[in-house]
Design a protein around this ligand. Structure first.
Ligand code: 5GP
Ligand code: ZN
Length: 114
């Protein structure tokens, strides 16, 4: 999927500050952070949106979520609190069509999000 920005980050064709990677999951700082901690956690394998998930993806989605919690801990925002968000499609504001879990923390986050 060479036209996908996050696939290009994963393959190191596009620069990003990678904060974690393993065989299946990559995490990097958001280029336009909305909080002191703003990390995007993605599967290496291209999946466009949550609407495209199948039963086979249950494991990777679990890994992405658990990794976000571990990164939150490493960034010392676990106890104070953090938010994890998957945006899906236009009305939710999805702009990159490779699923990514936003991890936001380090400040008070308001609810509802607007
Ligand atoms: P979405 O709006 O799809 O939920 O989130 C996409 C996120 O990707 C946005 O928060 C945006 O700031 C981030 N982003 C867009 N382009 C780049 C880039 O080139 N590098 C990085 N690190 N983040 C990006
Ligand atoms: Zn992709």
């Amino acid at each position: 999927m060479p036209q996908c920005l996050f696939c290009s980050i994963i393959s190191r064709e596009v620069n990003a500050t990678i904060v974690y990677e393993d065989d299946r999951v990559v995490a990097f700082n958001d280029i336009n952070p909305q909080a002191p901690t703003h990390v995007l956690v993605v599967p290496r394998r291209h999946i466009a949106t949550l609407n495209d998930l199948t039963e086979e993806d249950d494991q990777i989605v679990g890994e992405v979520v658990r990794r976000a919690a571990l990164i939150a801990k490493s960034k010392s925002v676990s106890a104070s609190g953090f938010r994890t968000v998957f945006n899906t499609n236009r009305e939710a504001g999805q702009t990159v069509f490779h699923i990514h879990l936003h991890l936001l923390g380090g400040r008070t986050l308001h609810w509802p999000p607007g």
